[in-house]
Design a binder for this molecule. Structure first.
Ligand code: ADQ
Length: 468
């Protein structure tokens, strides 16, 4: 079996005991790397003064070599905070109003991708299979190809891919499309993303669809297909079951009393629709006076990307909104919204999902959304809660037992909360049974294997397919 080389913006390093950090993706990739041996490369998270030469730190853990690239302050500003998170992220989430295109950031993005390629190339052996992750690293394959690498290279996009009209507002969209077309296999979360991508290829005559998932563009034949990411379903369900013995979960249970719990869990990000969700909850409480004092909404939201101004602003906006709503509808013995601004261990999180009658997952746009899958996996088969899910999350394509909502429609979300809280046991079980077997079968290790199989099957090693 070929060695595997994974490249992602950040690398989840194992701790001193060699244990991989929690989180399905890290565990799945780590176990694929353990099995085949290989390299995981990414940014070290350090930014060094621009005058110093960025270094490469190599660490060996078992059969895995971790290669950590330092970046300069300027690199981080332009590549990470600039082009990746102020252009590509908002663009792929249909937020043209938030894109801040600057040529120097764009140049920094391509420069850092070249830097990654330079550090990576000497570590690659001829038979290695290379798997690049996410929007930070789209140009990496074309950089590696220019250096003469003939290995199979796959790319997985964790976020949505936008339609042509949105993508073409990006001045360098052609270079981005050319970068993608340099891969052998491109994985998207949903069929909708693949359609959008195909639309981008066709609109300007850049490429054509050959059928059977194959495309041709810039003289290269590649596969673009759907590989919906998932979680380690069995392990997460087990963690939820075990969590009932956890002291923090028990404290939460006690503090809740006989109130119903609604849970929301998201990184602090404008794509997650947190403000709409709080407004929907407020609408629900205001319009269902009988629920006052009987329902608690727990929103767990660790800060993220605070170096990007939109995220700083959002932190203030969400905190103010939660405070205002609490001020308006609290009673002396009841705080309706508990807003927690930090990360929670996975076992505790699993226990909280299990305790919640409703999982409220209402992103305005999301590649997949793993919280939705975690919520379902954590439920008790004999008495499951109800998932309320945005139709704009990739997960909505699979989780057909959820109550699907349009997150922009505050009243509809409020009605869905009312419906979920009063749903009879039989209906809840039926809905859960529609989803759980699917999640057990389509877990993260299946996702990993199916992507790597597709990459292995694509042409012969060292000879990317050419058009007929
Ligand atoms: P994210 O945008 O980060 O991922 P998501 O898929 O929901 O979104 O994954 C978040 C993960 O972080 C979940 O596993 C969740 O449990 C965890 N998490 C969130 N808040 C937490 C907290 N307070 N404490 C502990 N853990 C917390 C991107 C894309 C998604 C896509 C994933 C995977 O934006 O659309 O599903 O990658 O491809």
């Amino acid at each position: 079996m070929s060695r595997l080389v994974v490249i992602s913006n950040r690398v989840p390093l194992p701790d001193k005991s060699g244990t991989a950090p929690a989180g399905g993706l890290a565990v799945a990739l780590q176990s694929a790397l353990e099995e085949r041996g290989g390299v995981w490369m990414g940014w070290s998270g350090k930014s060094i003064p621009s005058r110093e030469k960025p270094g490469l730190n190599i660490q060996e853990h078992g059969k895995i070599t971790y290669a950590l690239v330092d970046l300069s302050r300027k690199d981080v500003d332009e590549y990470y905070a600039g082009f990746a998170n102020r252009v590509l992220w908002p663009l792929c989430h249909y937020r043209l109003d938030l894109t801040e295109y600057a040529r120097k950031d764009m140049a920094g993005y391509f420069r850092v991708n070249r830097l990654f390629a330079h550090h990576l190339a000497p570590l690659i052996k001829p038979d290695d299979v290379i798997w690049v992750h996410d929007y930070h690293l789209i140009p990496l394959a074309s950089e590696l190809r220019q250096m003469g690498l003939k290995n199979r290279i796959g790319f997985f996009l964790h976020i949505p891919w936008p339609p042509a009209d949105v993508l073409f507002t990006l001045p360098v969209h052609e270079t981005i499309m050319r970068g993608l077309a340099s891969y052998d296999v491109i994985g998207f979360q949903t069929a909708h993303d693949v359609e959008n991508f195909a639309g981008c290829l066709k609109r300007e005559g850049i490429g054509r669809e050959l059928g059977d998932g194959l495309f041709e563009a810039y003289g290269h034949v590649f596969r673009a297909d759907v590989f919906p990411i998932s979680i380690d379903t069995g392990a997460f369900a087990q963690a939820a079951q075990n969590s009932q013995r956890n002291a923090m979960v028990q404290r939460m249970h006690k503090s809740l009393g006989d109130r119903d719990l609604i849970i929301g869990v998201d990184r602090l990000d404008y794509s997650k629709g947190i403000t709409n969700r709080i407004e929907a909850f407020e609408h629900f409480i205001t319009n269902n006076p009988a629920s006052q004092g009987k329902v608690t909404f727990l929103q767990i939201t660790p800060k993220s990307r605070s170096e990007v101004p939109e995220y700083e602003d959002m932190q203030r906006t969400v905190a103010e909104l939660a405070g205002r709503v609490n001020g308006a509808i609290s009673a002396v013995d009841w705080v309706p919204i508990r807003y927690v601004n930090r990360s929670i261990g996975r076992n505790v999180l699993a226990g909280l999902y299990r305790m919640a009658r409703v999982g409220l997952v209402t992103p305005l746009r999301d590649g997949m959304n793993l919280v939705a899958k975690e919520y379902v996996a954590a439920q008790r088969s004999e008495d499951p809660g109800v998932l309320i899910l945005s139709r704009f999350a990739g997960a909505a394509r699979e989780l057909d037992g959820a109550l699907l909502v349009n997150p922009y429609d505050i009243e509809a979300v409020s009605n869905a909360i009312a419906r979920a809280l009063s749903m009879p046991l039989e209906a809840r079980r039926e809905r859960w049974n529609q989803m759980m077997p699917h999640l057990l079968e389509h877990d993260v290790s299946r996702w990993c294997t199916s992507f790597l199989d597709a990459l292995a099957e694509h042409g012969e090693t060292g000879k990317p397919r050419q058009p007929a």
